[in-house]
Design a protein around this ligand. Structure first.
Ligand code: UD1
Length: 335
């Protein structure tokens, strides 16, 4: 019998790395999951073991009717669907805008019309750009560099606008370099940790773009999952129409990250260096106090623990996540 206290969550990008982790967490708390994914970067393998328990719809967020029907009866939307890549957006700004902005506006209209309670959005730390001040606080003026960063920021503004104009409760979570199990290592646009770990486990040489002094607030995926669940529960007066950093408040540069990974993976080779990537941000570090104060967020898994868990997961996958590690091709160097 259906529990009337159960909430229904719509997860966009459910077959992706973060979406599929969210789906597991929502099911684990006893709620219902509906998912939508166009499988452009997501994979059904990521949700294979939970497929029987979710209402999965293969559709694109640009198909308005599919989105409208997906929003019917939904309490919370966790909007993760995106083409999440800085270099890809530099190569294809129109594609980035369609998937990251047009799709978001479609979803917002459908969520508003279906009277969804709240939409939580996967925003990005890239919105801060290359401003010299660290750590990044949400009140700092954004300064996006890449088309991807602009698209994520534009979507944030749409989120805020839908709260102000239509009272649709929206919360933006600015993710800082999320990593963990099921992150796809096989594309040249893959996140650096997914690439490095799978390359090093196979004894293949990773490449650092630039001199390796660039740093990131690398955040294990469970922390982001927790932030989403908290963002659904927090009182509207404290969180609706607002932006929150989701990170650890610590940063590591790529040279030291490579050294830690060497120790954890047993890789014995060296790293190679290639030109810096266009659109790249030099340093990224979050002030997480707003999320702590208003969401009750605390990063539970630190960088090294997250790396250990991630390495363990890739090791447990036959053939290292079922694919070849990403080639170091197709990324434009700084113009
Ligand atoms: C950016 C955003 C992040 C967003 C992500 C989506 C910032 C600070 N972060 O991540 O919030 O979720 O886009 O993709 O803007 N690198 C190498 N070798 C590789 C691959 C990458 O050296 O093989 C370097 C990159 O040049 C970069 C760093 O590693 O300096 C991190 O790159 P990546 O993992 O792609 O993420 P960001 O571009 O930082």
């Amino acid at each position: 019998m259906m529990n009337l206290l159960m909430a229904t969550y719509l997860i966009t990008g459910i077959a992706g790395f973060i979406g599929s982790s969210l789906a597991r967490a929502v099911l684990a708390q006893g709620d219902q999951v509906r998912g939508i994914d166009n499988l452009s970067t997501g994979k059904t393998e990521n949700i294979a073991e939970i497929m029987g328990r979710v209402d999965f719809r293969e559709a694109d967020l640009l198909e308005i009717q599919a989105v409208q029907s997906a929003c019917v009866g939904v309490d919370y939307v966790l909007h993760q669907a995106a083409i999440p890549s800085v270099p890809k957006s530099v190569l294809d700004p129109l594609g980035s805008n369609r998937s990251n902005v047009d799709a978001t506006v479609n979803l917002l209209v459908a969520a508003r019309d279906a009277k969804v309670k709240r939409v939580v959005f996967a925003a990005s730390s890239s919105a801060y750009g290359d401003t010299p001040t660290l750590p990044k606080h949400e009140d700092m003026p954004p300064n996006p560099i890449s088309p991807y960063a602009v698209a994520k920021l534009a979507s944030e503004y749409y989120m805020i606008s839908f709260y102000r104009c239509y009272a649709l409760e929206t919360v933006c979570l600015r993710y800082f370099n999320i990593f963990g199990p099921r992150q796809d290592p096989t594309s040249p646009y893959s996140g650096v940790l997914a690439k490095f770990i799978t390359q090093m486990l196979k004894g293949e040489q990773p490449t650092i773009f630039g001199d390796g002094t660039q740093s990131r607030d690398f955040t294990y995926v469970d922390n982001a999952v927790e932030a989403n669940l908290l963002a659904c529960r927090a009182p509207a007066g404290e969180v609706a129409g607002r932006v929150f950093n989701v990170a650890t408040g610590q940063r590591a540069d790529l040279n030291e990250t490579f050294r830690v990974l060497k120790k954890l993976t047993g890789y014995t080779g060296e790293v190679k260096y290639a030109p810096e990537r266009a659109g790249d941000v030099k340093h990224s570090l979050a002030d997480t106090s707003r999320a702590e104060n208003y969401l009750g967020y605390k990063p539970k898994i630190d960088f090294e623990e997250g790396l250990q868990r991630t390495i363990e997961w890739y090791r447990s996958q036959e053939n290292v996540a079922g694919g070849r590690p990403a080639p170091d091709l197709g990324v434009p160097s700084r113009i």
